[in-house]
Design a protein around this ligand. Structure first.
Ligand code: C2O
Length: 589
């Protein structure tokens, strides 16, 4: 095992997209940020130097951080945020994981530009992939471009003021030619391919809000992994990917040489009145000819849309081929794509027995709270109340930056700080979750429940097998609900549309080859049933990866108790681990 070291300098940089210079917060001046490439078993050290005006933490999305929650990178849950002009060094090992994950800032809004791929190769080299060794591996990061200041946008989100949509969607940071003025690399992201070769696309949805459909004209994908867990390969012409998810797919360059558009379309469930703008983005798959100046070992494949004369296939002068995309309101394609995921092998590592120690039924919804200072307020009156996102009708209140991070409080048993409350295991009332009348802002009276905010926690005994059914509601129609659990993978037993029925739906759980994910997409107007083994001692965030919902409080904290031995317990914080309010500076001099 090796040690991989990076320095991430976070700063504001001007970038030009859509013919406009925008100040964006990025790592090392790059968008997307640097790719971290490791081999399973490696240790990783990342020095973060914060030269931006914002508080920052970096989260290693999907990396299990076994007994290492200190470096999970969630502000006030696992660490104090890295203040401007301060540094912090993350140290962790990658243990028995392979595939594509990613890293991103875990602060409201800024993950839109502070993110990058985290690639884990197998211990025994690329030869040991459970699929033919690809000719080349390329991250394909789908995201959005914001012209509005993201810190401002995020601040407004917590107050339920939705001030802006993204200005464009992007592939690897480029907006592409569907936008009038796409600036640098006008064609967007260009993937150069050689005829007959196979490419491993490591696809990441780093977008704040949208689930995307990804297609490449004239080509099919073979999906081989999701969330860094191998799946039984299946062929599809469209990939559906929700915020926080990753998909590894093989692309074989087996079409007639030419140019083919790659399109990423944000999908949007139909809503009665509101219409969100459509911001599809496109890049290009471009074949190289086998003769000419570009062949041979000196040929450099371009990933930034540079044009090398003479490199193109015979049809380079032709108009590139455009894929036919699903309808923007199509949610069925996503449902089937996600249903197609099954794990490649029997998951011996994750005990998927029938034993369940804890069951939770978590209803995702919206509620209202009175604005501060008002004891009573009229529901539905936006001057008086605020719309919040809820789980079982309680909304998450992040711990104050002036307090102690929850992980530290847990380790030192320094009792609850602030208003902590157990996340209820069940909703306060059961109702028909997909009833039309529950859609807020509809013609009928809003059926939002009055609620409150609290720092929601749920404690689990070490080793407990926990089953959670996430039930979506009509209130959330139109939004995607990708639920992400830190520190653990979840086994997806079943998903369905409508209301979850414990008898009928419980009977059709997949105990044979359920997919294993760190982010599970709750189907629109439906439910998903997952299990995980609470075997990673520490304090872990669990939340919707849809930024608006997260800011509005769709989150909770899972506390996994220590096991009986040293090996199953949370070790003390690393030496010199900073406490809030003090200088956070662990950079070696
Ligand atoms: Cu990718 Cu808590 O996040």
């Amino acid at each position: 095992a090796e040690s991989v070291e990076h320095t991430f300098v976070v700063s504001q940089t001007k970038m030009t997209r859509l013919c406009k210079e925008t100040l964006v917060t990025v790592v090392n001046g790059q968008l997307p940020g640097p790719t971290i490439e490791v081999t399973d078993g490696d240790s990783v050290t990342v020095h973060v130097v914060n030269r931006s005006p914002s508080n920052i933490t970096i989260h290693w999305h999907g990396v299990k951080q076994f007994r290492n929650g200190w470096f999970d990178g969630v502000p006030m849950i696992t660490q104090c945020p890295i203040m401007p002009n301060k540094n912090f060094t993350y140290r962790f090992n990658v243990v028995r994981q392979e595939g594509t994950l990613w890293w991103h800032a875990h602060v409201p809004g800024l993950r839109a530009t502070l993110h990058g791929a985290f690639v884990i190769r197998p211990r025994h080299g690329a030869e040991s992939y459970p699929f033919p060794k690809p000719h080349r591996e390329v991250p394909v990061i789908i995201g959005d471009w914001w012209e509005k200041d993201l810190v401002e946008v995020a601040k407004n989100m917590t107050k339920n003021i939705f001030t802006a949509y993204a200005s464009a969607s992007t592939v690897n940071g480029l907006v592409g030619d569907l936008f009038n003025c796409s600036g640098v690399a006008k064609e967007g992201y260009v993937l150069d391919v050689e005829p007959g070769k196979t490419y491993l696309l490591r696809i990441i949805n780093a977008g704040l809000f949208s689930e995307f459909y990804l297609k490449i004209a004239g080509h099919k994908f073979t999906v081989v992994a999701a969330d860094a867990n191998y799946v039984s390969p299946f062929t599809t012409d469209v990939i559906a990917i929700a915020p926080g998810e990753t998909v590894d797919a093989l692309l074989i360059a087996d079409a007639p040489p030419g140019r083919y558009y790659m399109v990423a379309l944000p999908n949007q469930a139909p809503l009665p009145d509101t219409q969100t703008p459509e911001y599809a983005t496109r890049g290009m798959v471009q074949y190289k000819v086998s003769q000419g100046p570009c062949s041979g070992p000196t040929s450099v494949s371009s990933s930034r849309g540079t044009e090398e004369e003479g490199c193109r296939g015979p049809s380079s002068g032709d108009v590139p081929i455009v894929p036919e995309m699903p309808d923007i309101h199509d949610t069925v394609t996503s449902f089937y794509f996600h249903s197609n995921l099954t794990s490649l092998r029997h998951h011996a590592r994750l005990p998927v027995q029938r034993r369940v120690d804890e069951r939770m039924f978590i209803v995702l919804g919206l509620g209202t709270i009175c604005k501060q200072g008002h004891k009573f307020c009229k529901r539905g009156n936006s001057n008086e109340d605020i719309l919040v996102a809820t789980m079982n009708n309680v909304s998450f209140q992040p711990p104050a930056v002036t307090s102690t991070p929850l992980l530290e409080a847990h380790y030192y048993h320094t009792g609850p700080c602030g208003k902590m409350q157990d996340l209820p295991k069940m909703p306060p009332k059961l109702f028909n979750f997909t009833d039309e009348a529950l859609i807020p802002f509809g013609p009928k009276e809003m059926r939002l429940e009055p609620t409150y905010k609290a720092t929601l926690v749920r404690r689990f005994q070490h080793g407990a097998i926990v089953e959670i059914v996430f039930q979506s509601t009509a209130m959330l129609q139109g939004d995607s609900n990708p639920m992400h659990l830190h520190g653990h993978d979840m086994v997806v037993l079943a998903q369905g549309l409508g209301n979850y029925d414990p008898v009928k739906d419980g009977a059709r759980y997949n105990h044979v080859n359920p997919p294993v994910k760190n982010t599970v997409l709750v189907p629109n107007l439906g439910w998903i049933a997952v299990r995980f083994v609470a075997n990673n001692p520490g304090v872990w965030f669990m939340h919707c990866h849809y930024e608006f919902h997260l800011s509005m409080g769709m989150a909770a904290v899972f506390i996994v108790e220590d096991g009986p031995t040293m090996d199953t317990s949370l070790p003390p914080p690393p030496a010199n681990f900073p406490t809030c309010g003090h200088d956070i500076d662990l950079m070696p001099k």
